[in-house]
Design a protein around this ligand. Structure first.
Ligand code: PDD
Length: 286
């Protein structure tokens, strides 16, 4: 089956899908994105993802490219045309195509919209979760507005590559105070030595993950004490458990941080339970 991408109003063969060289996403990383899980052919938590998209666009002064209803049609149609049952749909909106100039183009410039979808092997992801993953820590050298889901991801790309070269799944960013902010493409969590579920507060220093938000609902339903606060690398090394969260990865238990075992070095019960119940709490689209 040949893959299809949506690019500025057209469904085109994926291999031919391109954007203009003067697209501001290409020139300046002047755009935002979302990644939404697809399960059983349906969009998971699309409302929350599109709410976050609206916020990212509004923080950057990019106008919404189309109505939410229209965007949902494009997302669903891209999933349908690619025959994706389980996988993800990717959406990018940029400030559009204009002669290269750092300042914004005319307000009439239409934003660019690209949507792609691809299948994923969720059984393989479950196997990864059952085995646990490793993370490394790296200095957080990103800008101060990482709450905006911008396509400007160079520090994240470099951090992820460093993790890969170290044989780890993810890199956790550590701020100047020695606190872990989040992963290069995931939120970071621990179950502290005292047994509290801890994740950094969603200020401008992290992306407010949709998975993070839903996992908090799961945790509440499970009667777990949640602490939204900074936690240091040292505290993470003493933690009973750790895990990372993102759409499609859901909650992946972390069993090693910089080569040190977390807890007894095996997947813990809290991460396992939160992962198992996650899809009882998501909104399933049509
Ligand atoms: N990444 N933090 C960062 C920096 C992220 O890039 C992501 C998502 C998350 C988790 O957010 P959510 O739970 O909404 O997926 C946290 C996506 C999946 C990506 O870049 O591919």
């Amino acid at each position: 089956m040949s893959r299809i991408a949506y690019v500025n109003g057209l469904y085109v063969p994926h291999r031919d899908a391109g954007i203009h060289v003067e697209d501001r996403g290409f020139q300046f990383a002047d755009g935002v994105y979302e990644v939404c899980e697809v399960r059983g052919g349906k969009l998971i938590d699309a409302r929350r993802h599109l709410d976050r998209l609206d916020r990212s666009l509004s923080e950057l002064g990019i106008r919404p490219p189309m109505s939410r209803a229209a965007l949902l049609v494009v997302l669903r149609e891209t999933v349908r045309r690619n025959l994706v049952r389980d996988g993800l749909v990717y959406l990018q909106v940029t400030r559009g195509i204009a002669r290269r100039d750092h300042a914004f183009p005319a307000a009439s410039t239409p934003p660019s919209v690209v949507v792609t979808a691809r299948a994923m092997d969720f059984a393989a992801m479950d196997a990864t979760a059952a085995a646990g993953v490793s993370v490394i820590t790296v200095p957080d050298n990103r800008w101060e507005r990482v709450d905006i889901k911008s396509v400007g991801l160079l520090p994240n790309v470099l951090a992820k590559q460093q993790a890969k070269e170290a044989g780890a799944r993810e890199a956790w960013f550590v701020d100047e105070a020695g606190n872990i902010t989040e992963g290069s493409s995931t939120n970071a969590w621990i179950v502290s030595a005292e047994g509290a579920l801890v994740t950094r507060q969603a200020d401008m220093g992290i992306l407010r993950g949709i998975t993070r938000t839903v996992l908090m609902e799961v945790a509440e339903a499970e009667g777990l004490a949640i602490e939204e606060r900074p936690f240091s690398r040292a505290e993470a090394l003493r933690a009973r458990e750790a895990f990372i969260s993102s759409a499609t990865g859901v909650a992946l238990p972390v069993i090693r941080i910089d080569g040190h075992k977390v807890g007894d070095g095996t997947v813990g019960p809290v991460a396992r339970r939160l992962r198992a119940r996650f899809h009882d709490f998501t909104e399933v689209g049509s």
